[in-house]
Design a protein around this ligand. Sequence first.
Ligand code: AMP
Length: 285
Amino acid sequence: MLIVSENLSDLRAEVLSWKQNNEVVGFVPTMGNLHEGHLSLISKIRRCGATKTIVSIYVNPKQFGPEEDYSKYPRTLDEDIKLLKKLNVDCVFCPSDKEIYPPNEKNLITTNNPSLMNELCGRQRPGHFYGVLLVVNKLMNIVRPDIAIFGQKDYQQYILIKDMVQQLFTSIDIVLAPIIRENDGLAMSSRNSYLNPDQRSKAVYLYESLVRASKKIYKNAGDYMSILDTEIERLNKDDLNVDYLELRKTDNLSNVEDYKNISGQYILLGAIRLGETRLIDNIIL
Ligand code: AMP
């Protein structure tokens, strides 16, 4: 039976009772409006050994900039709960803002400022990753899972969380899950619902560019910058405003100094804007 918990202390009591029964607690943080991508995280965390699964649904105000889509972000709790019931998830945690950010909370703690927070998506979204790390920390401390899972689609988020957990000695295994795509290759995202039909047909160009560029880079290591420039030009011509298209090292997202053709070592990441909608995607080479 799915337990729907809005309350921090109820959730903690439930998790404690599971732990006393030696259950392995798996945690899937989301902002809701669940799609196949989210659901794949649930199957994967079970394959990784979770015997109890908690999904959180919380649209975290602190990770949205003042001009961003916080107020229009799709909130579909009833449908989400139906999906989670079908998958036999054990608990959905959908806290209120008051629960996560008590009004008397002053001088909000943030993690230090790793430079990666201000690169790639962080360049266009100042403060975004502070909000992400803050809420993930809070949620992980509430739930105290054994395993938590994050999608490759938000790869920069995954690296920052993995680093944070390691540096703070948080004893939670962090697992990465592959990107689930629509039939044409577009990465599934709650934000795809913002796209009009014309934008939707163009949205897949980002993935196509990533595929084309990654093949070329992999084949002829040489001048990857000019390969990326060609793709940026092509996307911009199609009215997709490119925020960035960058090749980085997969293990820590550091810059590539000396490209060597080794499978898995590099990741190509991109972000575009289609009208007001910002979409991200990536491919590991
Ligand atoms: P969100 O609700 O967008 O914050 O996403 C919650 C989790 O689902 C994050 O770990 C995302 O990386 C992951 N996720 C989002 N879209 C996908 C996708 N298309 N495939 C796999 N995981 C995804």
